[in-house]
Design a protein around this ligand. Sequence first.
Ligand SMILES: [Zn+2]
Ligand SMILES: [Zn+2]
Length: 242
Amino acid sequence: MSLLLERSPRLARFVEGALEFLWPARCVGCDEPGTLLCEACAASLPVIDQRYACPHCGAPFGWLVCTNCAEPAPELERVASAFAYEGVAERLVKVYKDDHERRLAPVLAEALRFALENLAASAPEALPSLDAIAFIPATEEAYLRRGFDHMELVARELSKRLDVPVADVLIHHRSGDQRELGGEERAENVRGSFEVAGDVWGSRLLLVDDVITTGASLRESARSLVARGATVPLAASVARVW
Ligand SMILES: [Zn+2]
Ligand SMILES: [Zn+2]
């Protein structure tokens, strides 16, 4: 076991959890056969230290409240991301979503659990009791392209691990391409793109997504859940763009 893994029991546990899923496969980071994520690549994942992340949006290196969160969204109290969106973490998400490697769903769920455990270790008060796990679903267009809802699979895997049920309640209507847009424009672009189908009144929800860029989609979906009487004390993502 590498030195990094020996020094970090939580990361070691994440790797162990991820390595449970052995199939004839290749590592997403280095192509090594026999595993979807080898120990060396797992040890090189760019872990976000929750002690130094922005308490509102989970951005790394924020120390306290980051510059984007001068006015934090009231709908979403806390966000924790496992990794910075680069290197092996970026490959992990891309191979899962773009190459349709569904067997990575448990690995992404382990990453979410890893983020929550890190948050619990650095800020125990930030971990509320939860009634259900909601996820940002694929748009219909993306669903048809991939043949699966990538975050639904991850949410179901996480549900088994946390023993918290999944609330499959969000519908994601198409919004324009976000890639070329800045933060303000993204927020405008996603307005009204989520619909809640199901009763969430009074539920405390964990909201999960794969990658957070500006957090616009996350905040908008949280807003629609809160409008239907839920609270979203916590959101988690596998990776965070910074
Ligand atoms: Zn590797
Ligand atoms: Zn922030």
